[in-house]
Ligand binder design. Sequence first.
Ligand code: ADP
Length: 267
Amino acid sequence: YELYVSAIADPAGSDRSFLYVFRDRTNEEMADEMKNEFISIVSHELRTPLASVLGFMEILLNRDVPKDKQKKYMETIYKEANRLSNLIGDFLDLQRMESGKQVYHLLPVDLSALVEGVAEQWQGKLGHRVETFIEEGLVVSADTDRMTQVMHNLCSNAVKYSPNADKIVVNVSKDGPFALIEIIDYGLGIPDEAKGRLFNKFYRVDNSDRRQIGGTGLGLSIVKEIVESHRGEISYESKLGEGSTFRVRLALYKTTSIGGKAVIVED
Ligand code: ADP
């Protein structure tokens, strides 16, 4: 709130009166903050890949470039344009979630099948085998698309940040009243200095091992937004140089098994 106090002359003749005005600035400030943030992101994050696209296009259009180099330049243009597209997509997703405009269609979802489906899609990606240990029939209340996005982001990170490993592990198990998902990798690990910042927007661990690995620094913020909107929890454990485990906990629906199929029990 903002408080304005002005001294005004009192027509009734007393020495002095005050006029107090309270103004709720929450919405205005939030809108301003979002605009400022967007401008700073546009200038830093979008300009770099765009400059690279324009630069290489200009060379290709105006100079005689040997065939083998042409392909290399076009690959760079493709990579940078892709990065731009992902960045804009992730940024809009996050903005929608943070402004409370994201609608979650919560329905009973067979989490075991959802995770298995995503894990399958990562099989063989960037030379990684995906080992799965999935307890069947665990049902949670979730938005299928958004929960699929969570799994893709976590699997993508596990594979990306373990360039020298050949497998990741995906577990789903029952943990009391929760379904526990674990995504385990044997890669670069996360330094202690990232603690408390890892899920922040645009935060990326910066060291020579990772400079080549593409990303926007938005993936984990999106994961956290989605998981917490499902009243779930996300955490991680990591050892530098050995690997990382990301854990997602979601409340289980009470289910029972009838003829091998999970059936929801109403309270
Ligand atoms: P990015 O698009 O950079 O991957 P994320 O928000 O998904 O963005 O992750 C933020 C940062 O956290 C990454 O840049 C990376 O440094 C670190 N990180 C995320 N997942 C892992 C992982 N499984 N192993 C090592 N580092 C990770």
